[in-house]
Design a binder for this molecule. Structure first.
Ligand SMILES: [Fe+2]
Length: 231
């Protein structure tokens, strides 16, 4: 596990294949709340080793599916910790009617973790219903798919080429091309991005690729520049 400050860590999972082909590294974010309970964001599949590492931090209280695609670890962790509460993105239940959730996240909603973690639904996208989070004590923004910076090492040239074209390769990666091409309402998305850029953060955790420690606001602002340009 990698620490991003007091009470916040990341844990990498196994690689998955997008569209059954494209290799994606995966990562979950782990936050210990004031209650001592653990908040798992985009959980990777549990293994005995991963479970031991989480158990050492505290009891799992919350499981968060930040968008309708990131469903992988929700049920397996829920099976291990039946009392954990499942929070999911706006479209998650439509995509996964078989996965029981407790609460669908919405802007302005009160949560038991509001004191430490803010959330914002990215509005205006035709496909991706992503909720972004801010861990306030560590000034860390947590983004799932809207920003991707895939590792170059070990990738066959064909995947490197595709990721380069999609604008998601290396530390300079950003918002994937397919996301840029499927926006429904640019003004609405700009409003959501403005909310996020108004948050007080210095670090960025993403699910796929390189995270940013320090100076993340500039990197995030740059990643979303194209929305303003596109309007
Ligand atoms: Fe993803």
């Amino acid at each position: 596990m990698e620490s991003f400050g007091e009470n916040i860590w990341t844990m990498d999972g196994d690689d998955v294949r997008m569209f059954r082909l494209l290799p994606f590294s995966t990562r979950m974010t782990v936050i210990r709340l004031e209650s001592g309970g653990i908040w798992l964001h985009s959980p990777v599949l549990p293994t005995p080793k991963r479970q031991r590492a989480i158990d050492a931090l505290g009891p799992v209280e919350h499981l968060v599916a930040p968008n309708k695609i990131h469903s992988l670890g929700i049920q397996p962790w829920k099976a291990l910790y039946p009392s954990a509460r499942v929070w999911a993105s706006p479209e998650f239940s439509t995509r996964h009617p078989d996965i029981t959730i407790d609460t669908t996240l919405a802007d302005g909603m009160e949560t038991p973790w509001n004191g430490a973690i803010s959330h914002c639904v990215i509005d205006g996208h035709a496909v991706l219903d992503e909720v972004e989070f801010l861990h306030k004590p560590s000034k860390t923004l947590i983004i799932t798919d809207f920003i991707q910076k895939h590792h170059v090492a070990g990738e066959p040239w064909i995947w490197r080429g595709i990721k380069q074209l999609a604008g998601i390769l290396g530390k300079d990666g950003g918002v994937p091309l397919d996301i840029k091409l499927s926006i429904q309402d640019k003004a609405a998305m700009q409003k959501s991005v403005d909310t996020i850029l108004g948050w007080d953060f210095e670090n960025l955790i993403i699910a796929h690729g390189h995270c940013v420690r320090g100076g993340a606001k500039e990197a995030v602002s740059r990643a979303f520049d194209w929305i303003t340009e596109a309007q």
